[in-house]
Design a protein around this ligand. Structure first.
Ligand SMILES: Cc1cc2nc3c(=O)[nH]c(=O)nc-3n(C[C@H](O)[C@H](O)[C@H](O)COP(=O)(O)OP(=O)(O)OC[C@H]3O[C@@H](n4cnc5c(N)ncnc54)[C@H](O)[C@@H]3O)c2cc1C
Length: 382
């Protein structure tokens, strides 16, 4: 058995990392600040760059059984409702990327990873808020708010966008985009919307968009509505509040405006990212997942990239000592995740275009073939 690993944060990234390392024979402990492991009750899109890894780990069948295999990703103009283009996710897509596109309830994926960790002997602890880490010559010490200290050969910071452990390595702050997301996952039977639950549909409009797809074998509908907050632009401290939501979509077609009625209004997700970081590693402490490369969610890649991180780290850790494995992981993953961070921002600009930019976008999109995969090969491919 190799010397122990401490993973800080038990989100999808933390559990994926813990499982990947436990499969490789490492003794792993996960420290999660919440009193119980869990995820927000909304949907998650998993592209083939992540489902290939889940297949290798033997977890993909369970994820597919809990989720939906959509047939297409469809882009529609949110104002006139017309289809702009679609991406065919059928046999050609699966053959090209060696794995399917899956949409799944976050808590189902989280439970599948949690169960896999338990079966592999990962020590899963809740109620452990980590304050700081000291990285010495041959081991690292993780200090929790309750006074406990854990010694291990390496500490992995998977403590998310507002990472405590990033502060000592990068020292930057999350950057607000001025956009806010509202979510809602509701039983299909409770909704009277005209939706094809075989598709992931994105309605893209000026300063706003709405994404809809089926979950849990189409028994649920997941929705994410995102808009630019006028209050943020005015410099208000409180922004993206529910009173801005309906106004932001006022010019959109009936379907989009009606769909807003099924969103949760008691919780919102102001959207932040950070610039790509030059450093993810300090001695025996390494960052991964959103702690290392938080991105805007327009490419639906944050969790996918965290799963890729876990896969690469496990491979590196099987070949090198910990500090070298951390640096090698950063060398391999840094450029790719930086590209995804930057392109996610650019994709948001394209989705939210107005005026002549919107007209040009629509013209270009309506001309593309549904089987043209060239622009996605770079991140879905091997
Ligand atoms: C609206 C929206 C839609 C999205 N859609 C997609 C999608 O379709 N596909 C996709 O791939 N990605 C998507 N993402 C991105 C994805 O959700 C994140 O990238 C991913 O969840 C990050 O996982 P993580 O484990 O790195 O961080 P997190 O999920 O943030 O987990 C961090 C964990 O660390 C714990 N923690 C924090 N601080 C401490 C501490 N000091 N001590 C101990 N524990 C601590 C937290 O409690 C939490 O459990 C979306 C994001 C948003 C906002």
């Amino acid at each position: 058995m190799n010397a122990g690993v401490t993973v800080v944060g038990g989100g999808i990234g933390g559990l994926a990392t813990a499982y990947a390392l436990a499969r490789g024979g490492h003794q792993v402990r996960v420290l999660e600040q919440s009193t119980r492991f869990g995820e927000v009750g909304a949907g998650l899109q998993l592209a083939p760059n992540a489902t290939r890894v889940l297949a290798e780990w033997g977890l993909l069948d369970e994820v597919i059984a809990a989720g939906v295999l959509p047939k297409r990703i469809v882009l529609r103009d949110a104002v006139d409702g017309g289809e702009l283009t679609h991406l065919d996710l059928g046999e050609d897509f699966r053959r090209r990327y060696g794995a399917p596109y899956v949409v799944v309830h976050r808590s189902d994926l989280h439970r599948i990873l949690h169960d896999a960790c338990q079966r592999s002997g990962v020590d899963l602890r809740t109620g452990c808020r980590v304050g700081h880490v000291e990285s010495g010559g041959s081991s690292a010490f993780t200090y929790c708010a309750d006074g406990t200290v854990h010694e291990s050969a390496v500490v992995l910071g998977l403590d998310g966008l507002n990472s405590t452990l990033r502060r000592g390595i990068v020292g930057d702050e999350p950057i607000p985009s001025g956009y806010v997301a509202y979510r809602g996952a509701v039983p299909t039977a409770d909704v009277t919307l005209d939706l094809d639950l075989d598709d992931v549909v994105a309605w893209i409009g000026p300063g706003c968009h709405l994404v809809q797809y089926g979950l849990r074998q189409r028994e649920m509908i997941n929705q994410v509505a995102v808009f630019r907050s006028p209050a943020f632009e005015r410099g208000a401290a409180e922004w993206g509040t529910p009173d801005e939501l309906d106004d932001a979509f006022a010019d959109c077609c009936d379907h989009v405006r009606t769909s807003l009625g099924s969103l949760w209004r008691d919780r919102r997700w102001p959207m932040y990212d950070r610039l790509p970081a030059d450093r993810w590693v300090d001695g025996r402490l390494g960052l991964l997942g959103d702690a290392a490369h938080p991105m805007l969610q327009y490419l639906a890649q944050g969790a996918c990239q965290a799963i890729e991180d876990a896969h690469v780290l496990a491979a590196q850790a099987s070949q090198a000592d910990w500090p070298d494995a951390l640096h090698a992981t950063h060398r391999i993953r840094g450029p790719r995740t930086a590209t995804v961070q930057r392109r996610a921002r650019a994709w948001g600009e394209i989705w939210h275009a107005d005026g002549i930019a919107r007209a040009l976008r629509n013209e270009l999109l309506t001309g593309r073939s549904p089987c043209d995969y060239t622009h996605i090969d770079w991140f879905y491919g091997r």
